[in-house]
Design a binder for this molecule. Structure first.
Ligand code: SF4
Length: 321
């Protein structure tokens, strides 16, 4: 049951301690279906609840306008990347059988791995390490960027990946994070989803395909005459200094406009090419949805010949400035 994965017990205790009355609730799209059930549980304790109708892509994406009208905002199912005195993060964790998972995956692994996971699975990484080491595999778990949580990778930060290991073991769903870890390290990444119990490998072919796409987008950017540099209004994605810096550099050679946005809608503008300084997944994941090329800050460096094509690096958010 999805609701059992939410830590509502500790959340309600926290609300009691805070002595608040008006509570904001912000849910990711995948949990919005259960809004009424979640709200009922909070209202039962005597609170008045207002639900955010905005999308919630990550905890970098706090509903700041709702925070202004409630006593406290409950932000569900994302790890805390931003500290805010009026925000309580509600943990979402998925239970899984660690020995069974390790039995499925260990035969694929070399003698040392860097162990990483997305947030619903990260709590059990120490147990996974214990089981892997019992089978003779040296296992490294490194502190994640933005959250400080051991082994946690975000779509915008791969600092938790230890490049010294022979390969990477990723626990989670989807292909964005393992592919990102492969590009980040240039090593093979074994991915297992505890829900499916299947192992997938990401390596050389995926890296090459990714780079081919990115080089083709940079090629289109090179033919562009009008650029838009997009800067997000979302608190944990707002890289304003970076956007301003790119805007000033591009402005010397091209017609360039700086755009401040909430929801990214490039089709409404007449630019030939967009530079994305918000969530890096907009450029990496969403580019197919749009007719215009969307490139990253590091790809602008390639465009301006400040960086070599062979020195390609992923866009990451570490600190917001
Ligand atoms: S910037 Fe993107 S990847 Fe990073 S926490 Fe926010 S939504 Fe997630």
């Amino acid at each position: 049951m999805i609701l059992d994965r939410l830590d509502l017990k500790n959340t309600l205790e926290k609300l009691k301690e805070l002595r608040v009355k008006l509570v904001g609730v912000q849910l990711p799209d995948g949990l919005k279906y259960w809004t009424q059930e979640i709200v009922k549980k909070i209202e039962k304790e005597g609170y008045t609840v207002i639900v955010s109708g905005k999308p919630s892509y990550g905890s970098c994406d706090l509903d700041t306008s709702l925070i202004e009208v409630v006593d406290v905002l409950l932000h569900f199912a994302h790890p805390p990347v931003l500290k805010h005195e009026n925000v309580v993060y509600v943990d979402y964790s998925i239970e899984y059988n660690v020995p069974k998972l390790v039995d499925i995956v260990f035969k694929y692994l070399p003698e040392s791995v860097s162990l990483i996971a997305t947030s619903p699975y990260v709590k059990k990484l120490e147990d996974v390490r214990y089981e892997l080491e019992k089978k003779g595999i040296d296992t490294y778990i490194k502190k994640g960027g933005r959250t400080g949580i051991d082994g946690l990778v975000l779509g915008c930060n791969f600092k938790a990946v230890d490049k010294n290991a022979k390969s990477i073991l990723f626990i989670g769903d989807g292909s964005f994070h393992p592919k990102g870890a492969a590009i980040y390290t240039q090593k093979e990444v074994y991915a297992i989803s505890p829900l499916e119990g299947k192992v997938r490998m990401f390596g050389k072919k995926d890296i090459e395909k990714f780079l081919k796409n990115r080089y083709s987008l940079i090629g289109k950017a090179m033919d562009s005459k009008k650029f838009c540099v997009a800067v997000s209004s979302k608190p944990g994605q707002k890289r304003f200094k970076l956007a301003l810096n790119i805007y000033r550099k591009l402005k010397k050679r091209y017609c360039t406009t700086l755009i401040y946005f909430d929801e990214f809608m490039p089709e409404n503008f007449s630019c030939d090419c967009f530079v994305n300084t918000a969530c890096p997944r907009i450029a990496y994941d969403d580019w197919k949805k749009f007719r215009k090329p969307i490139i990253t800050p590091q790809e602008v460096e390639i465009l301006l010949k400040e960086r070599d094509w062979n020195d390609y690096i992923m866009d990451e958010i570490d600190e917001i400035n």
